[in-house]
Design a protein around this ligand. Structure first.
Ligand code: AMP
Length: 450
């Protein structure tokens, strides 16, 4: 029933230290992603590297794994810092730090995240680690400079320097801080530069700090031109109404709706069923057989609407899905491309519609930048009332950072549909459908965790 179209390779060709291999297994990584396949051998060889890769490609493990492996195999003093990972934001520092915690679970490699905005306690902890020695430091440049200025940071024997999201660091004005930090590091070191884009200033920086680097570029796949993309700028309460409006416009026989959270998948499916649509859900709470059954039903067009988490955005190839709806905006451009790529497969035309609530607007603007295209914003049906303005954030009362997810003034109900239509027609069972499940991480990129 299920055709596996890729061989499952594993990480064994890298001969990683057993404790590292154990944590790779624990993380569930079966096969290196393209960036890992290319970057790991270069880094293991000891060469500098410049790599063009976005978030979502597995770039973090691409540098963490070989650096960890080297640290595990080399003698090194506990009283020094051996690797420094410089990142633009505290969020990325925290993210990399927790990735590191996972990958060092079975070893004694130590690490600390150093970033601004913490309390006095975190400063003391950072100071202690930086002065007593810690294997890996993940730091934002500004905060690291404050420690370096105090003179206790032990980086004279540092072996590995990694700049992650280097383009963003330069955009944020960190060039001089980076150069100052580098002036405290030994000349003889291995330097790895990762950047989502390669503007001239990055190439200039790479000439200054890298020596004879290996070069890798993992391009972001662009959505095929055959996908008609559009978006509705909505409040959360208007989403259901938009879905009903869209489904009423055309008798779609195969609709895939993506939600980022399992909970949302379940709730939306229940709402759709209540309104009479023939919809089912698929997510990680179902076992493999249940998933396969739902998939087969959907692929054979017996089930017109499937609501899914990103579990399906990368791994599945079903013919003739006519419409993909992003119930929410996916985390980044790569996910967006993968989600909407489920339609318009094999040269057919498809439609992809994204629902953007005020909280997701910034994310969607970033996606538009990444795919190099402004996605058309469709007008809301009059019955749903006014939606938010795109590109204009609205402040939620009593909150500095959040933005309203409700319409101002008159609040349309969650289901304000004038032309509540009948559920999508169920297509007759045709010939056995083609379903190809591409296993974790084998289709150019990664599966998303839910
Ligand atoms: P990144 O691009 O580094 O932000 O990674 C994106 C996601 O992919 C993270 O959740 C990683 O844990 C996951 N990941 C990294 N490498 C692999 C792999 N080889 N197989 C499956 N997932 C991976």
């Amino acid at each position: 029933m299920l055709e596996q179209i890729h061989d499952i390779l594993d990480f064994s060709s890298f001969n990683f230290h057993p404790s590292l291999q154990e944590s790779i297994d624990l993380a569930g990584y079966k096969k290196p992603t393209p960036i890992q396949e290319k970057a790991i051998p270069i880094i293991l060889e000891g060469r500098d590297l410049i790599a063009c890769a976005q978030t979502g490609t597995g770039k973090t493990a691409a540098f963490l794994l070989p650096v960890l492996n080297k640290l595990l195999q080399e003698d090194h003093k506990d009283s020094e810092v051996h690797a420094l990972i410089m990142v633009p934001t505290r969020e990325l520092a925290v993210q990399i730090s927790s990735h590191l915690d996972g990958l060092t679970y079975f070893s004694s490699i130590s690490s600390i995240a150093v970033y601004g905005g913490g309390d006095g306690g975190s400063f003391v902890r950072e100071k202690q680690a930086l002065s007593n020695g810690v294997d890996i430091v993940v730091a934002t440049p500004g905060k690291l400079i404050s420690h370096l200025n105090m003179g206790y940071v032990k980086m004279k024997e540092l072996k590995y320097l990694i700049l992650d999201e280097a383009d963003r660091m330069l955009d944020m004005g960190f060039h001089d801080d980076i150069m100052r930090i580098i002036s405290h590091l030994p000349e003889k070191r291995q330097t790895l530069l990762f950047s989502a884009t390669m503007p001239p200033k990055i190439l200039q920086l790479s000439k200054t700090i890298l020596k004879d680097p290996g070069e890798i570029s993992i391009a972001l796949s662009k959505p095929p031109e055959t996908i008609k993309q559009s978006a509705y700028v909505v409040y959360d309460t208007q989403k259901m109404g938009v879905i009903q409006h869209v489904l009423a416009e055309q008798p779609y026989t195969s609709v895939l709706i993506f939600c980022s959270k399992k909970q949302t998948v379940k709730q939306l499916t229940a709402q759709l069923q209540k309104k009479g649509y023939k919809a089912k859900d698929i997510h990680s709470d179902l076992d493999q057989t249940q998933r396969e059954d739902v998939l087969l039903e959907f692929a054979s067009k017996r089930l017109p609407i499937l609501v899914a988490t990103d579990i399906l955005s990368r791994g599945i190839d079903i013919d003739q899905i006519e419409l993909v709806i992003n119930y929410d905006v996916p985390p980044d451009g790569e996910d967006y491309v993968h989600r909407i790529g489920r339609t318009a497969r094999a040269e057919t035309k498809g439609t992809a519609i994204t629902l953007i609530n005020p909280d997701d607007q910034f994310k969607f603007q970033r996606i538009e930048k990444l795919i190099g295209k402004t996605v058309e914003k469709a007008a809301l049906p009059a019955s749903l009332g006014e939606g938010p303005v795109y590109g204009q954030r609205e402040k939620k009362e009593g909150s500095k950072k959040s933005f309203s997810s409700q319409p101002k003034g008159k609040k349309p109900s969650a289901a304000p549909i004038a032309n509540d239509r009948k559920p999508a027609t169920v297509a007759s069972i045709g010939p056995r459908p083609k379903i190809a499940i591409i296993k974790k991480g084998t289709e150019n990129n990664l599966p998303l965790s839910e």
